[in-house]
Design a protein around this ligand. Structure first.
Ligand SMILES: [Zn+2]
Length: 255
């Protein structure tokens, strides 16, 4: 059984490495993550500003058209003033003229705001684009470097996949199925190392805990792991427990 636990530890290592390589291939490597983030954020801001400029331009045009229409409407009403015969018609016409004036003011204000917004965005865009040019160049250089590195990472991932398949082939089906089920529940992390708690009093008995969830591991479980290397689960998170090589380091004889 101990042989299997070692194989599972090996399997977990390979799976972790494989997934790290896959993640890197799908995105960018750690060494350019920061630059990538900055580049993406500033690129997004530039796009936002361009969008603002475009929207403001459309709004301005709409307001300008509305102003032309409302002015014509107002002029028509004013011409009609001389043609009305009753006081009631006159009053109604004045009310229409008033309402049209209010709409005109609203549209004029809308026009001014959209012009201001466009100018502000344009000014920020100039500054953003100036700063971005240098960043973009640096990004391009790093991206090229990463593209050159990619094939070797892909090759590494392929090798890891092969190693994973080989290890899996050596493991009995029921164990493998169990491992897979546990891994599925824990985001691919089926194993948990057992750690010994630092003691202040050297004379007190050893206290062990699960490296994944921190829950206590019973001494009996540790004994079984040492002696048989059995397939034992953490009482709390139900991951497969193992003793890392340095788990018992500095363990002194209590007698
Ligand atoms: Zn646990």
């Amino acid at each position: 059984m101990s042989r299997f636990l070692d194989l599972f530890i090996n399997l977990q290592e390979k799976v972790d490495e494989f997934e790290a390589a896959e993640r890197r291939l799908a995105g960018v490597p750690d060494w350019m993550a920061e630059l990538h983030e900055e580049h993406s954020a500033r690129k997004e801001r530039i796009e936002e500003l361009k969008q603002t400029i475009e929207t403001a331009a459309t709004e301005r045009l709409e307001a300008e058209n509305a102003v032309v229409e409302l002015e014509a409407k107002r002029d028509r009403y004013q011409e009609q003033i001389n043609q009305v015969s009753t006081q009631r018609e006159y009053g109604a016409l004045l009310a229409e003229i008033d309402a049209t004036r209010t709409h005109l003011e609203e549209q004029e204000a809308k026009k001014r705001t959209s012009v201001e917004r466009r100018e502000e965005a344009q000014a920020e865009l100039v500054t953003e684009e100036e700063g971005f040019a240098e960043l973009d160049e640096r990004y391009r250089v790093e991206l090229e470097k990463w593209e050159a590195e990619k094939p070797s990472v892909a090759k590494q991932a392929k090798g890891l996949k092969k190693a994973i398949d080989e290890i899996r082939a050596q493991l009995p089906r029921p164990y493998l199925a169990r491992y897979d089920r546990i891994a599925e529940r824990h985001d691919g992390q089926a194993l948990a190392p057992v750690h010994r708690l630092e003691r202040t009093n050297k004379r007190s008995p050893d206290i062990w805990h699960c490296g994944a969830c921190n829950y206590n591991v019973r001494p009996q479980v540790v004994v079984e792991l040492t002696s048989s290397g059995s397939f034992l689960l953490c009482d709390s998170c139900k991951r497969i427990l193992y003793l890392p090589p340095d788990a018992g380091e500095g363990e002194e004889d209590e007698s």
